[in-house]
Design a protein around this ligand. Sequence first.
Ligand SMILES: Cc1cc2nc3c(=O)[nH]c(=O)nc-3n(C[C@H](O)[C@H](O)[C@H](O)COP(=O)(O)OP(=O)(O)OC[C@H]3O[C@@H](n4cnc5c(N)ncnc54)[C@H](O)[C@@H]3O)c2cc1C
Ligand code: SF4
Ligand code: SF4
Length: 428
Amino acid sequence: MANMETGSNPLSADLLVVGGSMSGITAAIEAAETGKDVILVEKEAYLGGRVAQMYHYFPKLCPPSCGLEINFRRMKDNRKVRMYTLSEVQNIEGTPGEFEVTVKKHPRYVNENCTCCGLCEPACDVERDNDFDFGMSKTKAIYLPHEMAFPMRYAVDIKALDGDISKLEEAAKVCPYDAVVLDDKEETLTFQVGAVVWATGWQPYDAHKIDNLNFGKYPNIITNMMMERLAAPNGPTKGKITRPSDGNEPKTVAFVQCAGSRDENYLPYCSGICCMASLKQTTYLRELYPDSQIHVFFIDARTPGRQEDFYVKIQEDDNVHIYRGKVAEIEDIGEGNLKVKAENTITGEMMEVEVDMVVLATGMEPNSRTSPPPNPKVQLDEYGFVAPGAEDIGVIGAGVAMRPQDVVASVQDGTYAAMKSIIAKARR
Ligand SMILES: Cc1cc2nc3c(=O)[nH]c(=O)nc-3n(C[C@H](O)[C@H](O)[C@H](O)COP(=O)(O)OP(=O)(O)OC[C@H]3O[C@@H](n4cnc5c(N)ncnc54)[C@H](O)[C@@H]3O)c2cc1C
Ligand code: SF4
Ligand code: SF4
């Protein structure tokens, strides 16, 4: 069967891909479809990465399922890809064509017998914050990561159980398929591989760090990724965008661009994507609430190429007000409402708008900054992205691990990484 998470050790493959979202999945499938053996290592319990968390994604504004499901099917049909979820690379040694990669595979405590019947959930009385929804919902400690998860299988959050798996004994007893494995163990696997693709993507910049914007202090200040989850039908509010404080529909919403970005104190660079993301999110609100008023505060709008057409279309909407303004402060004015104070970056004039909810357009921070490829020869740039020279030593960066970019560019990167690894192997 394709995609078995086997424990054979050592294993060899032509390519080992780290990160199972758009760029990593593309690299894995493209290489496998040319006949190469591929190992895909993903740290979460499911593939799909940040893309799986979106409501819609541009350019077509379709749900993530439309891109991800096709790729999951391609993976299921291809015996050349072996995937390891809940796994992380510990070490990469060797040279192009002859790498030895050590991977730590964390226990899932649920085996492939799981049918996702959900019968174990009522038998588990421990809850956890759902990180897929940025803490805006809860799941049981034994949980399905999300309804489109691949592999479609429950997992256990052992941290939520304070490390005590015996708290799941009742859940194991009620499982009709013997799928809960209480004695599941961590494994260390060693692979011999020809090349490594590093496609570990990004995490949202932590908005708590931005002093003047009061994220975490006032509940109706959310981030752009929280907005994606609120808008998603499989999100915490089943797609009804409501205020966290009282569940009311927001009639007026402000978007704060460059929240923590292009600022030496926080993220010095432009993430290149959050202008388009906010414009996209204005359409979520305008479709759901035709009378809503949207205020967008830009330093300048970065919508290159064909994205400019989308920007022009949004500007034509009389209920969307776009200002050139750097937000200086967000103040609570009672009953969950907020006052946004901004300075016009050209005239210096101050302006104020009162709104029901604020969305901070936070940027993308590379995961490679905090978890770099574990090989001393791989260099990161000043912001923590994998520096281009890494591919010369056989570790090929792809997607947002390399630079901030959208899904289309990340997919192109994945294809490039697959081709590069194939060429490198052919030359040996
Ligand atoms: C608010 C917002 C909205 C956006 N909307 C759009 C949009 O509409 N259209 C669009 O084209 N783009 C959009 N983007 C950008 C889009 O999210 C990225 O282009 C896309 O996620 C890049 O895919 P990736 O594979 O490079 O990384 P990711 O999607 O971040 O995936 C990385 C994968 O690697 C895994 N991983 C991380 N570290 C490790 C590790 N150490 N070991 C193993 N696995 C690891 C992660 O769990 C994840 O599965 C948006 C971005 C933001 C901030
Ligand atoms: S672990 Fe067992 S009870 Fe729980 S969802 Fe899977 S099959 Fe059902
Ligand atoms: S894409 Fe827009 S919001 Fe994001 S950092 Fe660049 S200019 Fe700021």
